[in-house]
Ligand binder design. Structure first.
Ligand SMILES: Nc1ncnc2c1ncn2[C@@H]1O[C@H](COP(=O)(O)OP(=O)(O)OP(=O)(O)O)[C@@H](O)[C@H]1O
Ligand SMILES: [Mg+2]
Length: 350
């Protein structure tokens, strides 16, 4: 489970009112301490030592007048677009407009907190139907089963069948992607809002819904999930769209599932050349008469981290809505469990 250690406080420069309330709600949701200052002459010390500085738009002019030294992680927050754009450059601050940026504010604060952050793995199919979504679901399931802490599974594939179906979760109550996507509330611990199946928190898109990532909600959601789970698994799908690219950018680990056939390798090579997959490691999916894994690794010049057995029982299991970790045999589960161990072994950074 995520560990808390004493974090440096967040400096909040905001007078009492709606903006201050929103900022303090975000700080509290991340279990951080805020130091609220409105007198500009008291700013110099905390300005240097705070982990993150949040300045309300109507305080920006006063802060800028102090000519404080340049520092990282300053955010200008509020509801007045003209103030936000006027004072962003003088303060070297990134702008977070409210109320729509509240989730983003939470993510920013979460990044600055000392809470342990779980690894994020994106599972990508080197060709269609190779078992990427199934592996993503099985990783999350076996990670959740392996210890006290929970795993999260994020469906970011607008063209996929819905990963909640794969887990038999479509009838479990909870938020689905479009609701989170338009969330203007604070993203603290999301677990209470998400459907949980076998210990896996599921963030799922409604089928057929358009995905609008204009406000960076995927980054905000993933940042929140990382604070509260031991592993976050992303299923970006093969559409190559905005959610897929964002998923790859947010991942600390990338697994490319490659069918061990001549065509499978050729398709994977195309993908490796075009997509943002510099860090991808290979999971070789075996079939009858397939190529040796070592040959696949050589052909693609990437390390092979697992060989996934052909598991015919999975097809029937998925049709029944039975989660892959239950609907598969030991050999498949062992392979996936070894991958979980590899992903979570002392790599909670990035
Ligand atoms: N290791 C395996 N052996 C045999 N069948 C499998 C295996 N893994 C998954 N399958 C089956 O293959 C089909 C496709 O699986 P899945 O949806 O996970 O693939 P995908 O790579 O995510 O596909 P897509 O390209 O549509 O996203 C499913 O019916 C699934 O049950
Ligand atoms: Mg898929």
């Amino acid at each position: 489970m995520a560990q808390l250690s004493p974090a440096r406080p967040v400096l909040v420069v905001a007078a009492p009112g709606e903006t201050q309330d929103s900022i303090l709600a975000a700080v509290t949701a991340q279990e951080l301490e805020a130091e609220v200052i409105v007198e500009p002459e008291r700013l110099a010390g905390p300005w240097r030592t705070a982990a993150t500085v949040i300045v309300a738009d109507d305080q920006a002019e006063k802060v800028a007048a102090r000519a404080l030294p340049h520092r990282e992680d300053v955010f200008l927050v509020g509801q007045q677009p003209e103030l936000l754009s006027a004072w962003s450059a003088p303060l070297a601050a990134r702008v977070i407009p409210l109320p729509e940026g509240a989730a983003w504010l939470g993510a920013v604060l979460g990044e600055g907190s000392s809470r342990t952050r779980a690894p994020v793995v994106a599972v990508i199919g080197g060709s269609g139907g190779v078992g990427a979504s199934t592996l993503a679901a099985a990783l999350a399931q076996l990670s959740a089963a392996g210890g006290a802490s929970a795993a999260a599974l994020v469906d970011a594939d607008p063209l996929g069948g819905g990963i909640d179906l794969l887990l038999g979760a479509e009838r479990v109550q909870g938020w689905r992607w479009p609701r989170l996507n338009s969330a203007v509330g604070q993203l603290g611990d999301l677990r209470g809002y998400l459907p949980v199946v076998d210990g896996v928190s599921v963030v799922s898109m409604a089928r057929g819904a358009e995905l609008d990532l204009a406000r960076e909600p995927l980054a905000a959601i993933v940042a929140s999930l990382r604070s509260w789970h031991s592993l976050v698994v992303l299923d970006p799908g093969r559409s190559g769209g905005v959610s897929a690219r964002e998923s790859l950018r947010l991942s600390t680990h990338q697994l490319l599932v490659v069918a061990a056939t001549v065509r499978g390798v050729a398709a994977a090579r195309e993908l490796l050349a075009s997509a943002d997959l510099e860090r991808a490691e290979l999971v070789v999916r075996r079939t009858r008469g397939s190529l040796p894994a070592s040959l696949v690794g050589e052909a693609l010049a990437r390390p092979v981290v697992a060989e996934l057995p052909d598991e015919p029982a999975l097809l029937a299991a998925s049709e029944r809505g039975e989660p892959p970790a239950r609907g598969s045999r030991r050999r498949y589960r062992r392979t996936v469990a070894a991958l979980v161990t590899r992903l979570t072994a002392g790599v909670a950074d990035g």
